[in-house]
Design a protein around this ligand. Structure first.
Ligand code: ATP
Length: 309
């Protein structure tokens, strides 16, 4: 029997995020292309004495903004696993590298990590498909965070189909001082659409992006990046417009708000080009910090498992 399992999870960017109509269940229909990138959280789950409950400590990036109670998605994931053979007494230790409320699915990644950690710790062998089903109830991005790589997300983003992709992609990520609330960004999309009285069509992933990914052509991928949440995010945080333009001026192949923002993602030709863009973005003073990452990165992965006895 294992006593402690550590799982590493990646953040994501959306290469395309097409937002359809608001559904009756309160979600929007989405057609998105996720790519996992090499910005990681590590979560260690250790079995604890019966009756001690679930305790969480958090270190790292944005720690002050991460709840440690049962509203934390990692805790909720452990709780959700109890009815599938998991444990209700555990110590969770989370080290964050993924920006909090940054549009990079940090909380969802931690939930995915907790599902896999409990599955491994308790030797449940549920498999990624069953874990995805449990995860989709916790958050729409959780299934993708289990799979990683590059994948299409449909329905509310929770139905995952791996995409055929060639090549490595070099990203520069500009992290903001303060996060943006995902529900607020979606509400702003609806508001902007209502004002313009636009007919919202069913969402579709752009063919140009899929063929650019299949060809492994970073230049064309850069041109095909799109995000229907970008306008709403820049409405709420106007400085993002200027930041995106600065990336373009620095020669990025493409610049985009990551998911609901405010993290902005800039695609580079290679590592050296990424460094140039990172330096240019840092000098604008428009972001808190700049990180380089590559994609596609892996989904939730066990990196350590041990028995204490
Ligand atoms: P997404 O891209 O999935 O919409 P996000 O990356 O923008 O999400 P998160 O980092 O998941 O945002 O954080 C959103 C909010 O969720 C935070 O403000 C925080 O209060 C809460 N939260 C709950 N669990 C976590 C967690 N494990 N890590 C970070 N934030 C969490």
């Amino acid at each position: 029997m294992l006593d402690s399992v550590t799982v590493r999870v990646s953040g994501k960017v959306n290469l395309a995020l097409n937002v359809g109509p608001l559904r009756e269940d309160g979600y929007h229909s989405l057609a998105t292309v996720f790519q996992a990138v090499s910005i990681y959280d590590d979560l260690t789950v250790t079995a604890a004495a019966p009756g001690s409950g679930i305790r969480l400590t958090v270190t790292g990036e944005g720690v002050g903004a991460v709840p440690t109670d049962s509203s934390n998605l990692a805790v909720r994931a452990v709780e959700a696993m109890v009815q599938h053979g998991g444990i209700s007494d555990a110590v969770l230790s989370l080290n964050k590298g993924i920006p909090v409320a940054g549009g990079m699915a940090g909380g969802s990644a931690d939930a995915a990590g907790a599902l896999l950690a409990i599955d491994t710790l308790c030797e449940l062998n549920l498999g990624r498909e069953n874990l995805s089903e449990i995860g989709a109830e916790l958050g729409s991005d959780v299934p993708f965070c289990l799979y990683g790589g590059t994948a299409l997300g449909t329905d509310r983003g929770n139905v995952i189909t791996p995409a055929l992709v060639r090549g490595d992609y070099y990203w520069v990520l500009a992290l903001a001082e303060e996060g943006l609330s995902t529900p607020e960004v979606f509400r702003r999309v609806d508001y902007i659409r209502d004002l313009a009285d636009v007919l919202v069509e069913d969402p579709k992933v752009p063919d140009a992006l899929m063929s650019a990914l299949l060809a492994g052509d970073a230049q064309l991928v850069g041109k095909a990046l799109s995000n229907d949440l970008q306008r709403a995010a820049t409405h709420l945080r106007p400085s993002l417009d200027q930041l995106l333009r600065s990336g373009q001026d620095a020669g990025a192949l493409g610049s985009i708000v990551s998911g609901s923002g405010p993290t902005c993602a800039f695609l580079a030709r290679d590592n050296i080009h990424a460094l140039d863009i990172a330096v240019a973005l840092t000098s604008t003073g428009l972001c808190r910090t700049v990180k380089r990452a590559t994609g596609p990165a892996f989904g939730a992965t066990v990196i350590d498992a041990r028995s204490i006895a």
